[in-house]
Ligand binder design. Sequence first.
Ligand SMILES: [Zn+2]
Length: 613
Amino acid sequence: MNATGVGFPRTVLGFAVLFSLAAATIFARSGQQQAVPGPADLLLVNGRVYTLDASRPWAEAIAIGGDRITAVGSMAEIQRLAGEGTRVIDLAGGFALPGFNDAHVHVDSTGALLVGVNLLDVHEPEAFAERIRDAAGRLPAGSWITRGEWGAYEQWAAGSAGAARSGAVAGPFTPGRDLIDAVTPGHPVFVNRFDRSLYLANSLALKLAGIDERTPNPEAGEIVKDANGRPTGILKGAAASLVRRVIPPISFEQRVTQVEAVLAEAREGGVTTIQDLTSGAQLRAYQHLHRRGDLTARFMLRPTLDRVVHAAALGVSRGFGDDWLRFIGYKTWVDGIMGSSGAMFFEPYDHDPGNKGLLRDIMRPEGREGAAMSMTAAQKYTDFPPGNLERLLDQAVESGIPPHVHAIGDKGNRIILDVYEKLLAAHGLTDRDHRWRVIHAQVLHPDDFQRFGRLKLVAEVNPYHVSDDMRWMEERIGRERSRGAYAFRRLKDAGAVLIFGSDSPGTNAARYFLNPMYGLYAAVSRQTLTGEPKEGWFPDQRLTIEEAIEAYTKAPAWASFEEAEKGVLAPGMLADIAVFDTNLIEVGGSDPSRLLKARVRYTIAGGRIVFER
Ligand SMILES: [Zn+2]
């Protein structure tokens, strides 16, 4: 199998027919005789074009007609295609490559963070008040300011490799409503500390919730009061639900505004496809923007696996949709996350000896109560009677939409590998072109790497997790287990198809950026943003810049069955292109820190220039 697995045979006939519709109207695919294109709408000339097309890896210019690439070649070859109405852009040596395809974005929470308030890196009063004031300036009066997740970098600063804690902090920072009331007279505020141990409401939010001096503490909760008996705004435990229940769901207009904010960020980062976790409310917002012609990145849709019954009944199968909105998978989760020590392991966490992580609700009821919790490394999860996960996945296979399943801890990964192995065999798919995914594949038991190759699985990984998470990884799971963490080289060598996602906006304990430069940097350097540790964290797991770019462009298109549409710059492909001021291949190989300074000059989606610096 070659690096992206593009060598898998396309065995499903219906699928070939789907793509031939698009192919027939444009130009012949690579390897066949190409039609001679007429005058182009847009020419990009004088660039360093990194095509990811094995038959022509580098070029100088690109011709675009409508929403497709019509030709890629030398200056002489392409300039001939200029006609009367052709726009010609001189890239002046700029670096062009396929638009980035981010395989893992939480669009709703990224939008909420961009439009609302981000307090993850805040743990002192001035910055706290300032961020809240800025959010109030962005949001119409009356709308709620929620989440925030303050204090996530209080113990370990961003850029720390974890050797030393930032130490200076005396105790957890605890804000009060007095800090923000003056800047939020018209906005109710209900934000939380990253670990949900504390919530802060401003005076308006307390009033709307009916909380005052006389309100008694609910059972298992506390309304914190000052020496005079006045609520400080801090709520703990069950007291938070007194406010939560009066917060209205966000309006359709606000949802659209949030998606627009994500699209703006994507354009600025050269991202032209976003693989999302998609709710019904999100899809309605996407369709609204699509009808208006305002989509500037393509959304690949992944409803949650519990929707399989309804989607299958409606006849929704793989590839349903169009070039801008398309169903590509069912998303579900086995276990929790590292940030809150919820990822599921065979052995307890080093810093929390009573804890081995947890299962997500969708796993319940299991085949036998507690089967996963009691399973040892020597047993197979599928030796127990089938649980909810297995039953739902079985239905997904029937519907033809492949599963994309989140697994983080070594046991979480073992569970999904056991279930995949069993179901692939039961449906006769093991040697077929199924492209099933394990999302994150974050910490693997040494015995499990080879299974990715044997089962032909896609590993949807998040390289920037390395840069951020290393601040606490070894304290939580120790050096030995960390060898199997974010082990991209081992996964690739084992035969997994690696695809990259940002996991934007992160978790309640970490901020992950949509800008692909962070992911490329992390994959090739395995360092924090400040260059720690000098030799890289488990440096033998580094990827080359060529491999990293492939995992962010060509491979995710393949993993979504869209390799005939995008992911390489070649005639007939969608004209989704990013142009940078920096040669990413060159600096990625010589000085990865310069990736972080690379700036997009143009983003082109479907032949349209959607961003220009
Ligand atoms: Zn995620």
